[in-house]
Design a protein around this ligand. Structure first.
Ligand code: SAH
Length: 278
């Protein structure tokens, strides 16, 4: 193995890179048919990253979902395994080459359905459709997903067209690379897979599940710094608690997210200007 074929290691484990990655991620058990993320990246050592912690990490260890990184560098050309070149037409920065990215996408496609609904192929990009809870639900219902993480100025447009790649943005800001965005997308998606969260009901009541932000939460102590938990929450009266929470969720949404509030009112035949009684 030449120096350029060795993957960098920032942790205790040194993982040899090869075209058939068989790293510690793949060495985990995978339940048959478990949802899988294939991530094309120049920085495979950044994975599983924070996804290896807590509930997502435990679920990964249990094989409830799986992760495979595909090292884009291994598809690079020449002694230095170049993956990028200067932008046609001039300008700052470098662009990831279509032939290099295409070869990685082709490898990722092996063993996955060609139907994009059954297996979405996504390029994380600030130009993409804004990621949201509905998209996370759609991705969780697929068999898995292929994620392409960009770097530098991004990816040659032709490879996105050729492979019918969907562009998804984390929000209206520019990151240095797609890896953090990919981890955020995977986190939001795998927590919707049954049994990943211990308590599935918690995804049904949280923010965005009904188009509303979540009501405020409280826990012990009952009084803290002179502030008491709202009395109704200690009343044990479940119906009253549920309607209080609903009213709080509606008020918060109206105050903080007029866009969500208008959509919610339209869906429920309500007047967005109506006064909230609390
Ligand atoms: N020149 C590009 C930005 C490149 S940023 C432009 O102006 O559109 C480098 C890489 O970071 C991108 O290829 C993309 O993969 C990732 N990235 C940056 N911002 C992102 C965002 N808001 N959401 C998802 N990925 C993002």
């Amino acid at each position: 193995m030449t120096d350029t074929q060795k993957s960098k290691s920032h942790g205790r484990l040194s993982i040899a890179a090869s075209l058939k990655p068989r790293d510690l991620i793949e060495a985990r058990p995978r339940l048959k048919g478990a949802w899988k993320a294939k991530v094309i990246t120049l920085f495979p050592e950044a994975f599983p990253g924070v996804l290896g912690q807590s509930l997502t990490g435990r679920a990964l260890d249990q094989g409830l979902w799986a992760l495979e990184t595909i090292n884009l560098r291994l598809f690079g050309e020449g002694r230095h395994r170049n993956v990028d070149d200067t932008p046609a037409g001039g300008g700052a920065g470098m662009v990831l080459r279509p032939d290099i990215v295409g070869a990685a996408l082709k490898q990722a496609a092996a063993g996955t359905p060609a139907d994009r609904a059954a297996w979405p192929v996504v390029y994380l990009s600030p130009r993409g459709k804004r990621f949201d809870q509905a998209m996370a639900r759609r991705f969780a219902q697929a068999g898995g997903i292929t994620l392409l993480c960009g770097r530098f100025e991004g990816v040659d447009e032709r490879v996105l067209e050729h492979f019918r790649v969907e562009e998804v943005s984390l929000g209206d800001f520019v990151l240095t690379g797609g890896e953090i965005a990919a981890q955020a997308l995977i986190d939001a998606t795998v927590r919707l897979i049954p049994r990943v969260l211990g308590n599935q009901a918690s995804t049904e009541e949280e923010s965005f599940s009904e188009g509303l932000l979540e009501h405020p939460q409280y826990t012990k102590p009952a009084v803290w710094e002179g502030r008491a938990i709202p009395e109704i929450l200690l009343s044990g009266h479940h119906a009253n608690i549920a309607s209080w929470r609903k009213a709080m969720a509606e008020r918060l949404t109206k105050e903080r997210r007029p866009d969500l509030w208008r959509a919610y009112c339209a869906k429920h035949g309500r007047d967005p200007e109506e006064d909230q009684e609390l």
